[in-house]
Design a binder for this molecule. Sequence first.
Ligand SMILES: Nc1nc2c(c(=O)[nH]1)N(C=O)[C@@H](CNc1ccc(C(=O)N[C@@H](CCC(=O)O)C(=O)O)cc1)CN2
Ligand SMILES: Nc1nc2c(ncn2[C@@H]2O[C@H](COP(=O)(O)OP(=O)(O)OP(=O)(O)O)[C@@H](O)[C@H]2O)c(=O)[nH]1
Length: 517
Amino acid sequence: MNSVGMPPDTIFSLSSGHGKCGVAVIRVSGASAGNALMKMGNLRQLPTPRVAVLRKVIHPDSAEHIDNGLIIWFPAPNSFTGEDCVEFHVHGGPAILVSMVTALSAIPGVRQAEAGEFTKRAFMNGKLDLTEVEGLGDLIHAETEAQRKQALRQMDGALSQLYTSWRQRIIKVIADVEAHIDFGEDELIEDHILESAASRAEEIQKEIQIHLQDNRQGERLRNGVHVAILGEPNVGKSSLLNSICQRPAAIVSHIPGTTRDIVESAVNIGGFPVLLSDTAGLRDTVDIVEKEGVRRALNRARLSDVKVVVVDVQSFLRHWKTSANNIDSDVKQHLGYIGIIEDPTESSNVNENDVSMETDSGINMTGHTNTAISREKIPSEDLQNVILVLNKSDLLEGRDVNMDLPHSCKGMDVCMVSCKTGQGMEAFVQVLAEKIKILCGGNLLAGNPSLTQARHRLLLNNCVHHLTRFSQYYRFGDEVLAAESLRKTIREMGKLTGKISTEDILDVIFKDFCIGK
Ligand SMILES: Nc1nc2c(c(=O)[nH]1)N(C=O)[C@@H](CNc1ccc(C(=O)N[C@@H](CCC(=O)O)C(=O)O)cc1)CN2
Ligand SMILES: Nc1nc2c(ncn2[C@@H]2O[C@H](COP(=O)(O)OP(=O)(O)OP(=O)(O)O)[C@@H](O)[C@H]2O)c(=O)[nH]1
């Protein structure tokens, strides 16, 4: 029944993809589904539930033969939506589908479904809770193996179980606290019951906090890991992007400063979704368009999960050799020069006005350059998500060809590659894949399921807030306000799974669903 006491409309939709295909599935859900089945399948009684029957499918009024198809009957409540459901499996031709729409629309009380309406009914009828609905939505949108696994686990109720169990445990805590309020004088309700209730609430609060401190793994896997390719002009950043995504996504040229705007490419690296960004070469410039490009590059660096810093290996080695083979301090100094990290040596022994470094492209990077682009630097101790790529290894000559570079320095991985010959690319992609995997939580099926949405984070933060208030009131001896904080916690938990739902929450969740789902 809907809000005015009427049974909901019967809805139908194409549930398979659009375009010509072997078989198309049209789903019908609601009280008139059985009527549609008998009329269009030319049957006098409903077939055995959940057994496909091959029938001539006809128009309900004109009896025009539309197609031959399989029909399946799912009587309520044992269907996806919990309502009476029928599926017509017909051939996937456009004219057949148009005839099916016309035929179904001719049945009284039947109309086309809106996006997400089948799943919304499954939710309303208690077949799925909100986290499971979100998991189903993510499963349909999953583009990589790891996304599919995380979404499937959520659709199968992993988050639902976790959140429901917290909610149930808090409900028991409330029962004890309220019993103490109501019958506190009674000797049967002893103080230790209240103490135990408070410590159980604190335990749940800790569990929620641990769940929240997940380094955003689940959200990262859901939304994609952001990888920014950074470095001076002409070092081969665009070439590296093109090598990773195996298509000419970004323009490559020998002219320094070719890339101005950010060029994005979505790729699948080791089963994980990655959004790669090629950025403008970092240098000081009077060109206002390029200046904006540099600003965007540094901004993207700040927002990215992994920074791939590309350096021309020849210029790097020249610089390295002149600084007494001290790779640790030299790499840092180099990154400091191009404004990627805070160079600890920079402030102490380098005067920002007289730093000067000749780069391969012949650009003189001055101290002014350094300060101009250094606003977004990352702290030098936070290098585990930086990969230093020494590019153009094909141009190395003599002893340098067989030179042993450390694989890492100060927690930062170092890879030598040639975008031109492909040398070292496999090893570099492996290093990148490993970082991405760690950022997404490594083994997805181990331990508690990850939180996957900002919506969950917001509500769980509210829970932690109310549980903190609970502890404060409890310690203060105000049991009434303490119980009220617990009730507020329950309310937030109810919003997570949809035990409490409002039209606006539902609208946001179902807006990403497609028609037919
Ligand atoms: N043809 C077809 N394939 C499909 C779907 C569908 O609706 N139709 N699905 C649609 O998403 C997915 C499968 N999900 C489904 C989930 C529940 C029920 C269902 O009938 N549930 C009943 C009975 C459960 C049982 O017998 O175990 C229920 O929950 O009461 C059907 C499909 C993917 N494949
Ligand atoms: N020999 C050699 N040349 C390369 C290699 N990678 C890139 N190049 C060349 O270096 C030049 C610059 O390459 P890009 O990929 O455009 O460099 P970029 O860093 O994106 O340049 P900007 O857009 O100026 O920031 C081009 O002429 C490339 O063909 C390499 O591994 N070896």
